[in-house]
Design a protein around this ligand. Structure first.
Ligand code: C2E
Ligand code: CA
Ligand code: CA
Length: 785
């Protein structure tokens, strides 16, 4: 036998001896037996009660947070069991001399039950958040600790009594104390292993199970059911024989990302928790309220009296969610788009997955709608999804077969009645379906990650086309092309590289390109896209806020963002001649734009009376079917066509376009952003055409001799050759050219030197109306005026 086997045998022998001694002691003193058995009973009861109690709390929590009937029933069963166990225990407690702590336990238990009942009542009345709060209140916690403390007191007392009983018994039998201690520990070990310990581990396992169950079925932030539990409940309802009307509501918060970005995640959490609370308060105890995504919620309503009740519920939800939410420093409003689907008692019951998907589809329809926030599911929505799948395939082919085209819609300058530029609008020439509008395919292009590719194509086409128009009509005011950019493309600088490339490749000046960014995307992601916009502006590209008025219009936002143009959404133009409110909005935007030096373009002008209203309100540009719908490049109206159309409309009156003489100007300044400001200022005035731009004096001399401009604007402080040194060279090569010296700080000395050098005048930089100021220099008023 090995040494370890010998050791095992020895242990067994000692055990046998110890148990034998114990048995002797046991029979020797019968009076010690009864209290010991009673102690065991009481100990056993204590652990059972504590287990029941833990279970009870968990079940109560589940019952009030889910409102589910089964948990409520379970709670009743367990609380009854606990009550009767506690009553039974009274005699045991008396026998073990622990009456005082035991009575404290009975009292505390009564108080705990009362709190739990109150919470259940709150939950049944629909106030689940209140119910949850009651069960997690300080008072409830305090009662729980008292309860635990008293139990611990009893158990400790029993343990001490056990030890004492053992020693007494062993002393009485006159056996060696060492053996008895050994036996005692073995007995304890045995008990721990087989009885108490097992029960304790069972208890722990049970509590873990409940915790896991709660975690597996509930969402931690709001405590609402999760998608798994929601599916379970739906399936359960589908299996019931006495089916009633059920409805599924799907919610998506509007602008939640904006709130999260603007105020931070803790505030986002407050909003989500509050939304959860409001949904719970609108739902009935038997409904399942779930959080199914970041800012997506769902309510499964099981058992409506009639299908007509669905709209009343939807209204209730809409009203509840539209109220402002206090996030501490301020209040925010997180409205929601709601989709719903109703299943009548006789209809085939869909799978949980289908029911959720249908309500989700309906929610999307609500999200896309301008006019309604709640949409009920309709099977035709399925078709759209199917079509999307087909679309994906077709779009891959479209890229390969070059089926995309760029069309253009003219933009008219209402101050002069001239064609000012055009907006590039993408089209898809589908081989079978014909012309497909961008609204039908852009989202699929984006989903397939090919937006950048499409934009590169549109940019390339648009820049080449605009440049060719400028060359074809050199006498016309400078033609600007506007390209739509989807918001996601403005995060990061890839788009800047693409634009530089398109400009370089086509030869178009950056000042002839405008990017249109929708208002919602612009103001929703300000921090993300502002650097890109700033970069684009610094190279001379203008930024237009598209669809202004449809999103979170805020004039203060306009002030902060690097934008040059505001495009008033078609919905305002529509009601312009009839709705007072629309006129007010357009007038306000036009006024604001003037103070911020922004240009205003009205979109969707279809009727003459709208044009009348616009020109009265001081809107500078207009675009719409009234002048021309979007057309393929070759069919876009020419400058002359637009003049004829405008004249025929006879709205703008005798626009003094014909006699206006435009000055050709070369601008030389080494600071790019200042050059941009100058050029934009001159062009906005309408009396100047910038024919060349340079970065230093050498550029200025070269451009003056080759272009023979009427005016050269010459910065004084430039590298290589400064303004005053370039001045005589310019006048020598282009004697008819008038030179105006620019400086950040015009002194008398500078004026004198410029005058001696042959400059017409000096102008200070940073002026507001560069065009007007230059005109005053070039066309001074007669002395007698
Ligand atoms: P948007 O930028 O607001 O473009 C104006 C839309 O209004 C165009 O629709 C145009 O055809 C239409 N429209 C113009 N005048 C009138 C009018 O008088 N009455 C009416 N009822 N409609 C008018 P379209 O071409 O279907 O484009 C729809 C949207 O697709 C555009 O809205 C724009 O957001 C987007 N889009 C178009 N091309 C591109 C593109 O190349 N890239 C990106 N990212 N988006 C594009
Ligand atoms: Ca646009
Ligand atoms: Ca627009």
């Amino acid at each position: 036998m090995s040494s370890s086997s010998w050791f095992s045998v020895a242990i067994v022998c000692v055990c046998v001896v110890a148990v034998a001694i114990h048995l002797v002691a046991f029979f020797a003193n019968n009076s010690a037996k009864t209290p010991s058995a009673e102690r065991d009973d009481l100990a056993e009861m204590a652990s059972a009660v504590r287990f029941h109690d833990f279970e009870l709390t968990s079940v109560a929590l589940l019952a009030v947070t889910t409102g589910e009937r089964t948990y409520v029933d379970q709670y009743r069963v367990v609380s009854a069991a606990l009550d009767s166990a506690l009553l039974d225990g009274r005699t045991l407690a008396a026998a073990n001399d622990v009456v005082a702590p035991y009575e404290a336990i009975v009292r505390t238990n009564g108080a705990l039950l009362a709190v739990e009942e109150r919470s259940l009542a709150q939950s049944a009345a629909g106030d689940r958040t209140g119910a949850y709060r009651t069960l997690t209140s300080e008072r409830y916690d305090a009662l729980k600790s008292t309860y635990e403390d008293r139990w611990r007191e009893i158990v400790e007392k029993l343990d001490r009594a056990d030890a004492k009983a053992l020693t007494q018994a062993n002393r009485r039998s006159g056996v060696l104390i060492v053996t008895s201690v050994l036996a005692g520990s073995l007995v304890v070990l045995f008990l721990v292993g087989s009885g108490i310990g097992l029960r304790r581990s069972l208890r722990r396992q049970a509590s873990l199970e409940l915790e896991l169950r709660a975690a597996a079925t509930h969402e931690p932030l709001t405590g609402l059911a999760n998608r798994a539990l929601l599916s379970d409940r739906i399936s359960l309802a589908g299996r019931r024989r006495d089916r009633r009307v059920v409805a599924m509501f799907y919610f998506d918060l509007d602008g939640f990302k904006i709130i999260n970005d603007a105020y931070g995640h803790p505030c986002g959490d407050i909003v989500l928790t509050e939304v959860a609370r409001r949904l719970l308060s609108c739902a009935r105890a038997s409904d399942t309220v779930a959080r199914v995504g970041g800012d997506e919620f769902a309510v499964f309503v099981d058992g409506l009296a009639a299908e007509s009740e669905v709209s009343a519920m939807a209204r209730r939800f809409l009203v509840a969610l539209s109220a402002p939410i206090d996030i501490g420093t301020t209040t925010v409003t997180a409205g929601a788009s709601i989709g719903s689907v109703t299943v009548g008692p006789l209809a085939a019951f869909p799978t949980a997955e289908d029911l959720i998907r249908h309500s989700d589809l309906a929610m999307y329809a609500a999200k896309e709608s301008d006019s309604v926030k709640w949409v009920e599911y309709d099977p035709s929505m399925e078709e759209r999804v199917l079509r999307n799948a087909e679309l994906t395939e077709a779009i891959v082919l479209a890229f390969a077969r070059r089926e995309f085209e760029v069309w253009y819609q003219p933009i008219v300058d209402l101050r002069t009645g001239e064609l000012a530029g055009a907006e590039a609008l993408v089209r898809w020439q589908h081989p079978e379906r014909g012309l497909v509008s961008p609204d039908a395919f852009l989202s699929v292009v984006a989903e397939n990650g090919r937006m950048r590719e499409l934009t590169q194509f549109v940019l390339g086409e648009a820049c080449r086309w605009a440049y060719s128009r400028q060359l074809a009509e050199p006498a016309a005011p400078r033609f600007v092309v506007a390209v739509n950019i989807s918001p996601r493309e403005l995060i990061g600088f890839e788009v800047v590289a693409d634009i530089r490339h398109a400009l370089e490749e086509s030869g178009l000046a950056a000042t002839s390109l405008t990017l249109e960014v929708t208002e919602t995307s612009l103001f929703g992601n300000t921090a993300d896209i502002a650097p890109t916009l700033a970069k684009l502006r610094s190279i001379g590209v203008s930024i237009a806020v598209d669809d202004f008025g449809t999103g979170f219009s805020s004039f203060s936002h306009l002030r902060q963002l690097p934008v040059d143009i505001v495009k008033i959404d078609r919905s305002f133009t529509d009601g312009l001649a009839t709705e007072l409110e629309d006129s007010t909005v357009v007038a306000a935007v036009a006024r604001l734009a003037q103070t911020l030096s922004l240009a205003v373009v009205a979109e969707g002008v279809e009727e003459r009376k709208q044009l009348v209203a616009l020109s009265e309100l001081g809107c500078e540009f207009a675009q719409g079917y009234l002048f021309s719908p979007p057309r393929p490049a070759v069919d876009v109206p020419s400058t002359e066509d637009i003049r004829l159309i405008v004249d025929a409309l006879d709205v703008l009156g005798p626009v003094d376009r014909a006699p206006v003489e435009q000055y050709s100007v070369v601008v030389a300044d080494d600071v790019e952003s200042e050059r941009r400001l100058l050029i934009r200022g001159l062009e906005r005035n309408g009396r100047f055409v910038v024919t060349g731009e340079g970065e230093d004096g050498l550029d200025a001399v070269r451009l003056a001799s080759s272009l023979n401009p009427q005016v050269v604007l010459l910065d004084i402080d430039m590298p290589e050759l400064d303004g005053l040194s370039a001045l005589p060279l310019i006048l020598a090569s282009a004697p008819a050219t008038k030179v105006v010296i620019l400086s950040g700080h015009v002194t008398d000395g500078l004026v004198e030197r410029a005058h001696i050098g042959g400059a017409l005048a000096c102008m200070e930089k940073g002026f507001a109306e560069v065009g007007a100021q230059l005109l005053r220099i070039l066309e001074p008023l007669p002395a007698n005026l």
